[in-house]
Design a protein. Structure first.
Length: 236
């Protein structure tokens, strides 16, 4: 675990909710890193993990909802599965431009949805999706560790079909907790995530996970442990 004087991703009180959508999406020349407002939003080394999440979200085929597009790593994997529809929510203008271009090149139907997920999900149909992948970047210090729970508790159960599957991550949060509070990623997940999933209406016996090994590069600012956890949360 790291020392307390290491620089954190968010400063106290930092909030970008009102400006994030218009901020420049800075993909580097090799397309291995995406930064927005200086924040490390996604990096290409995450690929094996993003594929693991995508495989969970698309495991039942049908209609898949993805929240957060980033570098299209998970999206491309989802669309490689035998699915019917692929709905994707993205709020940042530059990332959304990439999503539109990418969507025109896919073999399965893609429905791009522009806006903050907090606004878009309110109009999505009930009991509609066979799978959901939630992977957005926190927009403020206040919701750094908790933004996924806002979606999970208020919307995920409603949007999923019976036996539909939710998977999600918050790498910026989980990476920080693995630096400062936990040595075991499964214990981190059990202690910080499961009670919220149960509160959202999911049964504890329908919550499982897979741990994969994927060593981040030494210069990664938000994740350092080689262990990454992909949840499977099924609606009963």
């Amino acid at each position: 675990m790291s020392t307390a004087n290491e620089k954190k991703i968010f400063a106290n009180g930092e909030d970008h909710m009102n400006v994030w959508s218009k901020a420049s999406a800075d993909y580097n020349e090799k397309d291995t890193h995406l930064e927005i407002m200086g924040k490390p939003v996604m990096e290409r080394w995450e690929t094996p993990y993003m594929h693991a999440l995508a495989d969970v979200a698309a495991s039942r085929g049908g209609r898949v909802l993805e929240i957060g597009f980033g570098m299209a790593i998970a999206a491309t994997r989802i669309n490689s599965h035998d699915i019917d529809e692929h709905w994707i929510i993205e709020c940042n203008d530059g990332v959304f431009e990439r999503l539109i271009k990418w969507s025109s090149e896919q073999k399965h139907k893609v429905i791009p949805l522009k806006g903050l997920w907090e606004d878009v999900v309110k109009v999505l149909p009930n009991n509609y999706f066979d799978g959901i992948l939630y992977d957005t970047y926190p927009l403020s210090e206040k919701d750094w560790h908790t933004h996924q729970f806002d979606f999970i508790k208020n919307y995920s159960h409603r949007l999923l079909k019976q036996d539909g599957i939710l998977t999600y991550c918050n790498l910026t949060s989980w990476g920080e907790m693995m630096k400062t509070k936990f040595d075991d990623i499964e214990e981190m997940f059990k202690q910080t995530q499961i009670s919220h999933l149960v509160e959202a209406g999911f049964s504890a016996d329908r919550i499982s996970w897979k741990v994969i090994q994927n060593q981040p590069p030494a210069d990664c600012k938000y994740y350092s442990t080689p262990h990454m956890l992909a949840p499977t949360v099924q609606k009963h």
